[in-house]
Design a protein around this ligand. Structure first.
Ligand code: ATP
Ligand code: MG
Length: 237
C-alpha cells in the first residue's frame, strides 16, 4: 500500500474564533498505480486533505503511513526531501516562475535533487507533454494549456511515485483541459499513481476511483468501471 491514512483529523485554532474542524476522521488506502479523484463542494476539505497526503501540511491527529513509513517520525527537512524525490504537484494556477524559460522551470526541482543530466531529463519530461518545441520560450509567452503541461513536466521530472493535481483544469478551456487530463491518464497507464482534486464530475470520470468528501468526512468511495479514455495529444508546431 502506498498511502494509508487512519482517522486523520485537521483542526485550525484561530485564537479569537472557535476551533475549525476541517477534516473529521479520514481513513483512506491508496495503492500504487491507482488513479483517484477526490470530489466535494467548496470548503469540504479537499485541498487540506491533499496537502496532508502530499506532506505540505501535517494532520492534527491520526496516522499516516507513506510507502510503509510513519511520516510523524520525519522532521520537516526530511519530509521536504521525500516530497521533492517522490511527489509531484500540479496546481490550478500553474505556479511557474515568470520571465524564466520553459526548460529552466522544469530543471528547477532537479537542482534540489541528487539527479544528474538536468537538461536531458527536463527535455525528456517536456517531450512527454508534447512541448519539445517550446523549450526556450519564456513561461509568459505560452498559453494556459501549455503552462499546465509545463507544470506537469515539472511535476514529472524527478520521476515521482505520485502526482497530485489540485483542480488542474480549473483555469483552462475545455479543449486544453481535455489534453491535460489525457496526459494524466497516460502517466497513470505507465504505472504512476495519480491523485486528482476536482469539483467537476466529467473531469473526475477520468479516474478509476472517485471519493467524495463532505464537511471533512468521506461520504462515498466508488469504483469507476469505465474511466474516460485519453485522446492523443497534439504536438505544437
Ligand atoms: N489556515 C486556515 N485557518 C482556518 N481555516 C482554514 C485554514 N485553511 C483552510 N481553512 C478552512 O478549511 C476548510 C476547507 O478548506 P479547503 O481549502 O480544504 O477546501 P476545498 O474543499 O479545497 O475547497 P475549494 O473547492 O473551494 O478549493 C474551509 O472551510 C476553510 O475555510
Ligand atoms: Mg481547494
Amino acid at each position: 500500500m502506498l498511502i494509508q491514512l487512519k482517522n486523520i483529523t485537521k483542526e485550525y485554532d484561530n485564537s479569537s474564533a472557535a476551533v475549525t474542524k476541517v477534516l473529521r476522521g479520514i481513513s483512506l488506502d491508496v495503492e500504487e498505480g491507482e488513479f483517484l479523484a477526490i470530489m466535494g463542494p467548496s470548503g469540504s476539505g479537499k485541498s487540506t486533505l491533499m496537502h496532508i497526503i502530499g506532506f505540505l501540511d501535517r494532520s492534527t491527529a491520526g496516522t499516516y503511513l507513506f510507502d510503509g513509513e510513519n511520516i510523524e517520525e520525519f522532521t520537516d527537512d526530511e519530509l521536504a526531501r521525500i516530497r521533492n524525490e517522490r511527489i509531484g504537484f500540479v496546481f490550478q494556477s500553474f505556479n511557474l516562475l515568470a520571465r524564466t524559460s520553459v526548460l529552466d522551470n522544469v530543471i528547477l526541482p532537479l537542482t534540489y535533487s541528487k539527479m544528474k543530466d538536468h537538461v536531458a531529463l527536463a527535455t525528456k519530461a517536456l517531450e512527454a507533454v508534447g512541448l519539445s518545441n517550446r523549450l526556450n520560450f519564456l513561461s509568459n509567452q505560452i498559453s494556459g494549456g501549455q503552462k499546465q503541461r509545463v507544470a506537469i513536466a515539472r511535476a514529472l521530472v524527478c520521476n515521482p511515485k505520485v502526482i497530485f493535481a489540485d483542480e488542474p483544469t480549473g483555469n483552462l478551456d475545455s479543449k486544453s483541459g481535455t489534453t491535460v487530463m489525457s496526459i494524466l491518464g497516460r502517466l497513470n497507464d505507465e504505472g504512476r499513481t495519480i491523485i486528482l482534486v476536482t469539483h467537476d464530475r466529467t473531469v473526475a470520470e477520468h479516474a478509476h476511483r472517485i471519493i467524495t468528501i463532505r464537511d471533512g468526512s468521506i461520504v462515498s468511495d466508488e469504483k469507476n468501471a469505465n474511466p474516460k479514455k485519453s485522446e492523443m495529444i497534439e504536438e505544437e508546431s
